[in-house]
Design a protein around this ligand. Structure first.
Ligand code: HEC
Length: 227
């Protein structure tokens, strides 16, 4: 005769099967009900920390307000705009013709400008600034293959920065174009920090100069390499 296991195992099995149903039932129940109570929060991380919520009182200050009014005349450090040369490219109401005093042109600044130009400007203007970037070429391809405006729009090609109307511009004017954009070009004032915009301007000037380079511009000991 086959030996049956003791009955107790049979009952334990039933109890275990029922217990196994509890977690999924709880999960389904909590997914389908709403509760006013805060959720169980096993790991607090930084969710709970001492702070003043808006409009709450603080005993620390005589007027009892936790939200402090700004002392009159304060400006966030990066919003101090009184230096119009640096922030707007304007000196005495005219476009600045020099770089801001604390941003002299150096090889490091030009390299930074080149890097930023290659990131932000080449897509449209091309690496040499001639206006033949990838976006520009693709857009021209789309427009020229279509019989009319594409998606209801037309393409204004990115300008050649070696165009005489651009090469005569003072640095302040270029800085203004990069900051606020011009006509169909959007501005980069919110994306590119001020110093980097100046670095880009310095690089644009260098690019323009390089298109008009003479052998005399090259240091004598380097000339054999370019001849
Ligand atoms: C999305 C494409 C695009 C990008 C990116 C772009 N530009 Fe332009 N840019 C244009 C177009 C288009 C024009 C011509 C606008 C017009 O004539 O309506 C232009 C014009 C210019 C001009 C000529 C302004 C003038 O006085 O005629 C300069 C200088 C210039 N861009 C510099 C830059 C620099 C520097 C960057 C990078 C920070 C940049 N652009 C990024 C599309 C772009």
């Amino acid at each position: 005769m086959i030996q049956m296991p003791p009955k107790i195992f049979f009952y334990l099995g039933i109890v275990a099967a029922c217990a196994a149903l509890i977690p999924p039932v709880l999960a389904v129940q909590s997914r389908n009900t709403t509760s006013e109570k805060p959720p169980l929060h096993a790991f607090l991380d930084m969710d709970v920390q001492p702070k003043f919520k808006p409009q709450t009182e603080s005993a620390l200050f005589a007027d009892g307000r936790s939200a402090r009014p700004q002392p009159v005349g304060t400006v966030a450090r990066d919003e101090a705009m009184e230096d119009t040369h640096r922030n707007f490219g304007v000196v005495d109401g005219q476009w600045a013709t020099t770089m801001p005093r604390d941003l002299p042109v150096s090889m490091d600044l030009l390299r930074r400008g080149q890097e930023r130009f290659n990131i932000y400007c080449t897509a449209c203007h091309g690496y040499a600034g001639e206006g033949n970037g990838t976006v520009n070429r693709r857009a021209l391809e789309l427009v020229s293959n279509a019989s009319g405006p594409v998606n209801g729009t037309v393409w204004v090609p990115a300008k050649n920065i070696h165009d005489p109307t651009v090469t005569v511009q003072p640095v302040g004017q270029l800085f203004n174009t990069v900051t606020h954009g011009i006509r169909n070009m959007a501005g980069y004032g919110t994306q590119i920090p001020t110093d980097d915009r100046w670095a880009i301007v310095a690089y644009v000037k260098a690019l323009q100069r390089s298109f008009d380079a003479q052998l005399q511009d090259v240091p004598p000991d380097q000339r054999s390499k370019v001849q």
